[in-house]
Design a protein around this ligand. Structure first.
Ligand code: NAD
Length: 294
């Protein structure tokens, strides 16, 4: 029997439905949560993500704006736009879509966002709050992974969780969330990465395996144990002449073969992607609530 499918679209819809009463309470006080995205250049993936975030905001009755800057934009100009959004009271959440071109220092861009509006949870202050277990915002993709696990009945408490990938966006903050002494966390976390010797020896131990490497179908069936729960964060475009547009999207997991051994697995697309957006909307609503209290 192939493993059960962890339906990210369905679970994201649940998370989004739970936001409606909070959005209504804000509306009763005359507040419409607003999300502003800055996008630099023409990267098709980034454009698609920003478009999806805007569409989701609209569906939920949130305000949203997209600031489009040219690939050649200076760091000073970008920081100027961030400062403008920081001081705009209609804007509760700001995200600077990555990747950024080489003339922009990512750490400068990330640190320029007002931490109270940092709905991506990339600002060093907010990253620190996550690490000490007192998050202001939950980092969107990692929090989406945790929600997928909990709401599909796979509480990570006490489990051996292996995360493949140590980026500041996914691997590291996910490790920080899962290792907390808290309900829905409390896992024994191993992070494997490009410097790991014998990666399979670790992944085969995992009761829960999270793949966040950006390497198409890297995790094969012989790298997992029977009954594993797999969350696939990867989003990779691979050439496919039979697909519309000449490419299709796959995860970091060799889906069919791994599913055959797994207890449960999240697909790509339709797994972590919709959850990331749902958590971003949650953070924007939270930002509006917190700014209203300040
Ligand atoms: P990244 O490139 O910043 O980090 C990848 C990490 O994987 C690195 O730490 C690297 O050490 C590790 N890695 C890569 N290849 C490896 C190998 N062969 N062996 C061991 N370790 C290896 O990427 P990221 O930003 O963390 O994103 C990872 C993937 O997740 C990408 O496919 C990205 O598109 C996707 N992603 C999806 C969402 C979503 O909402 N679903 C959000 C963010 C990222």
């Amino acid at each position: 029997m192939p493993g059960e499918l962890i339906d990210g679209k369905k679970i994201a819809d649940e998370v989004r439905a739970e936001l409606t009463s909070r959005i209504a309470s804000l509306a009763a006080r005359g507040v419409v949560p607003g999300l502003a995205a800055i996008i630099v250049g023409e990267d098709p993936g980034s454009k698609l993500y920003v478009k999806m975030k805007g569409k989701a905001s609209e569906e939920m009755g949130l305000a949203h704006w997209t600031v489009e800057l040219p690939e050649t934009v200076s760091e000073a100009r970008l920081l100027g736009e961030v400062a403008r959004l920081n001081s705009d009271p209609k804007v509760h959440g700001i995200l600077v879509q990555q990747p950024l071109p080489p003339q922009i220092r990512v750490d400068r861009a990330v640190a320029a966002v007002d931490p109270r509006k940092d709905v991506d949870c990339f600002h060093p202050t907010n990253v620190g709050l996550v690490l000490i277990g007192r998050p202001r915002f939950a980092p969107a993709t990692p929090a989406g992974v945790v929600e997928l696990l909990l709401r599909s009945g796979h509480d990570p408490g006490g489990k051996d969780v292996v995360i493949a990938g140590r980026s500041n966006i996914v691997g590291k903050p996910l490790a920080a969330l899962l290792m907390q002494k808290a309900k829905g966390a409390n896992a024994t976390v191993t992070v494997v990465h490009s410097g790991t010797r014998d990666l399979s020896a670790h992944t085969r131990r995992a009761e829960i395996l999270v793949a966040a490497m950006g390497s198409p179908r890297f995790i094969k069936a012989d790298m997992v144990r029977d009954g594993v729960v797999v969350i696939d964060v990867g989003i990779n475009r691979i050439a496919d002449s039979t697909a519309k547009g000449g490419y299709r999207t796959v995860g970091d997991v060799d889906f069919d073969a791994v599913r055959a051994k797994a207890k449960a697995i999240s697909p790509v697309p339709g797994g972590v992607g919709p959850m990331t957006i749902a958590m971003l909307l949650t953070n924007t609503v939270r930002a509006a609530e917190l700014l209203g209290e300040a």
